[in-house]
Design a protein around this ligand. Structure first.
Ligand code: FAD
Length: 312
């Protein structure tokens, strides 16, 4: 299966720790277990987690790492990630509390990349702004949600975007208007390696009661259909089509309940792999993913494409 490819595969150079720390206000965290920073609760050590508190820190950091040929990855809320059991020998960049702000001008909101999507969606919905009802229950950061073009119930965040602000892998600042990006299902087209620092969203003033009703209905539907109490990364595969969602295909192939090691395909939803006892290895999940893909290929002549990102 295809993993997220690094822009640069330079070996992790621990000799740079001092120079990197000198650019930052927050301390670097070394050997952070992937299991602690992902909703899957799986994964070995992230060699260095570097928290940036401003766009300037981020630009300087990326500039240094790219000049040194170092591999960097950006971590949002870890809700769509599978981290390898051996960990990841890379610089993992995390947007800090300096990237949680929200500003408003009428129904236009600028939200920073580390802001939690769920609580932002709840706040604007409570305040009578429509457009993010679909996001109730998606445990993403705004940056991760934009990068993935997160969506549910027939809506996606991309359709609400006015402008995306980010920093390119070489440290230069960039902006993209919505039409500059090739939005598609679970794909924003934000260039590989660019980091989304903030997004401007256009919402619509609406009727508070119907917005609240819509949020509650979406949440009730999730609770009824998804194993929300168990560690997971949400849907594992993209839906081949709205008419034939991956869960329906995998259920028909008899894969509900299939298990490898500590990982199993949810009995509630066949497109969710869960880690019920938090004992699963990344290799267990990858083996289950391969089993699903093989069965879909053999029986349905269908290539299932993973939605979950794999870091090795
Ligand atoms: P991460 O998982 O941390 O990262 C995912 C990818 O985004 C990585 O490639 C990462 O490098 C990149 N990334 C993260 N932050 C940034 C940034 N600032 N700039 C650039 N790239 C970045 N998804 C849906 O679309 N719809 C759903 O309904 C849904 N329901 C879910 C329910 C549950 C219980 C769970 C666990 C997951 C669900 N997901 C759903 C999956 C997940 O929440 C989304 O894919 C989400 O957009 C990931 O955001 P994140 O911040 O957690 O990103």
């Amino acid at each position: 299966m295809e993993a997220v490819m690094p822009l640069s595969d330079g070996e992790f150079n621990a000799g740079l720790l001092g120079a990197v720390q000198a650019l930052l206000t927050s301390p670097i965290r070394e050997d952070v277990p992937g299991a602690k920073v992902t909703t899957f609760a799986i994964g070995g050590p992230l060699r260095a987690v570097v928290t940036v508190e401003s766009t300037e820190e981020l630009a300087q950091l990326l500039g240094l790492l790219s000049r040194e040929g170092q591999r960097s990855l950006v971590l949002g809320n870890g809700s769509n990630l599978l981290i390898a059991d051996d960990g990841v020998p890379a610089w993992v960049i995390k947007l800090g509390s300096g990237f949680k702000g929200i500003t408003r001008d009428g129904a236009r909101f600028e939200v920073f990349g580390a802001a939690p999507l769920m609580s932002f969606a709840r706040k604007v919905s409570d305040d009578g702004f429509s457009g993010l009802e679909f996001a109730a229950g998606i445990p993403a950061s705004l940056g991760g949600a934009v990068f993935m073009n997160a969506g549910a119930h027939g809506s996606e965040i991309g359709s609400r975007v006015h402008l995306v602000r980010g920093v390119m892998p070489d440290g230069t600042a960039r902006e993209w208007r919505r039409d500059d990006l090739p939005w598609a299902y679970r794909h924003s087209g934000v260039p590989h390696g660019a980091i989304v620092t903030s997004v401007i969203l256009d919402l619509v003033e609406g009727d508070r009661e119907s917005i609240a009703r819509s949020c509650s209905e979406h949440l009730a539907e999730r609770r009824a259909r998804q194993p929300l109490a168990l560690p997971s990364a949400g849907s594992v595969f993209k839906n081949p089509s709205a008419a034939r969602p991956a869960g329906m295909i995998l259920e028909a192939l008899g894969l509900k309940g299939a298990a490898v090691g500590g990982a199993s395909i949810s009995e509630m939803h066949a497109n969710w792999i869960v880690n019920p006892r938090t004992e699963a290895k990344a290799t267990d999940v990858l083996a289950l993913i391969e089993r699903c893909r093989e069965r879909a290929r053999d029986v349905e002549r269908l290539e299932l494409e993973p939605e979950v990102k794999v870091w090795r």
